[in-house]
Design a protein around this ligand. Structure first.
Ligand SMILES: Nc1nc2c(ncn2[C@@H]2O[C@H](COP(=O)(O)OP(=O)(O)OP(=O)(O)O)[C@@H](O)[C@H]2O)c(=O)[nH]1
Ligand SMILES: C[S@@+](CC[C@H](N)C(=O)[O-])C[C@H]1O[C@@H](n2cnc3c(N)ncnc32)[C@H](O)[C@@H]1O
Ligand code: SF4
Ligand code: SF4
Length: 307
């Protein structure tokens, strides 16, 4: 296993498959990819990367984007990388899950996170730019049949969906899903803007309330995120809180290396100037050993953002 200069093991890869998206969420951080890149990794290149990474102790891969399901070769990608990975998951806006949940599971996807920022059609549309709530709810219903667990990502924003947190907790219990409450995040310089201040909704008070209500609490290795088990009318809801902003504990326990859709390692969501190109080397005939060296260089560049 590889460790960075801060003693953090690198155990998972977060691969952005594309920058394309069929949604227009106004707050989207685009996984830190700042420039539009058309040049996408092919399924063969993704497989090769994951195979090499598995030799270095990577056992978990998260597929993200943009919207990963807009890639027409998404099933092939999943099929190719599953043999090297124990935990293969995807984060999706859910718009294509109704038709894809079963084939994705068959191809080897273990679990899925579905973004669901509101249960109200008009609020959902304001946040995502698309009148798509119904399709996503159908997608979630289908996903729970084939993938486990299904997590719901709710990015909480002041004045938009902050009044729906407890409805969402109940919805998670009712549907047998896990709720992830995500605090809005941005790099330092953006966090000072009027835009960010307008929508930032601190989740600390919510977390304190969850702590009081919980019948059980657990802590994850990654980011030391807390999970709360909350009794509801529909049974116990599992609620995880993702609070990255100014959180030194979160960064000290960051175990993932990112991969951009155009074939670069990215060491941190919020940093810029932290890209290391591996695709050019791959396309110029580099050996596996040479790719391993590039991988190791990227790991050594990793640094906690909040410290
Ligand atoms: N700053 C920061 N935010 C993260 C990181 N990982 C996840 N997040 C935030 O949490 C959101 C949801 O992440 P997901 O794509 O659902 O994946 P995850 O929750 O990290 O992974 P799993 O719980 O293992 O499925 C991301 O879009 C970010 O806003 C991270 O390493 N750093
Ligand atoms: C960038 S999206 C990519 C995957 C997919 N398109 C989706 O929306 O689920 C990954 C996750 O990041 C969340 N997200 C995007 N921008 C964010 C921000 N500024 N702060 C917190 N979470 C954000 C989204 O809500 C989503 O759950
Ligand atoms: S669906 Fe995902 S990638 Fe697309 S705009 Fe929304 S958060 Fe960003
Ligand atoms: S170092 Fe911190 S901000 Fe950067 S990716 Fe890891 S957890 Fe996120």
């Amino acid at each position: 296993m590889l460790y960075d200069r801060f003693g953090r093991p690198v155990t998972n890869l977060r691969i952005s498959l594309t920058q394309e998206c069929n949604y227009r969420c106004f707050f989207c951080h685009r996984e830190g990819q700042r420039f539009l890149a058309k040049n996408e990794l092919t399924p063969e290149e993704i497989e090769r990367l994951v195979r090499i990474a598995s030799r270095l102790g990577i056992r978990k891969v998260k597929l993200t984007g943009g919207e990963p399901t807009v890639r027409e070769d998404i099933l092939e990608i999943v099929k190719r990388i599953k043999p090297y990975v124990i935990d293969l998951s995807m984060t999706t806006n859910g718009s294509r899950l109704k038709e894809l949940a079963k084939p994705l599971a068959k191809a080897g996807l273990d679990r899925v996170n579905v973004s669901l920022h509101s249960l109200k059609p008009e609020v959902y549309k304001r946040i995502t730019g698309v009148d798509g709530l119904e399709a996503v709810l159908e997608g979630i219903e289908e996903a729970v049949k084939y993938l486990s667990p299904v997590k719901l990502n709710m990015t909480v924003m002041k004045g938009l969906n902050d009044g729906e947190i407890w409805d969402m907790v109940e919805f998670a219990a009712k549907t047998g899903t896990i709720l992830q409450l995500i605090e809005l995040e941005a790099p330092r310089e953006m966090a000072e803007t009027a835009f960010f201040r307008k929508y930032f909704y601190p989740l600390k008070p919510v977390e304190e309330k969850l702590e009081k209500l919980a019948v059980e609490t657990k802590e994850r290795r990654m980011h030391r995120r807390k999970k709360y088990f909350i009794p509801t009318d529909y049974g116990i809801a599992e609620v995880e809180v993702v609070r990255a902003m100014h959180n030194t504990v979160f960064c000290a326990n960051c175990t993932r290396l990112r991969v951009t859709s155009d074939g670069k390692f990215k060491t941190c969501l919020l940093r810029n100037n932290d890209l290391i190109d591996f695709l050019s080397a791959m396309r110029n005939g580099a050996s596996d050993e040479e790719i391993v060296e590039i991988f190791k260089r990227a790991v050594l560049m990793r640094e906690p953002y909040w410290k």
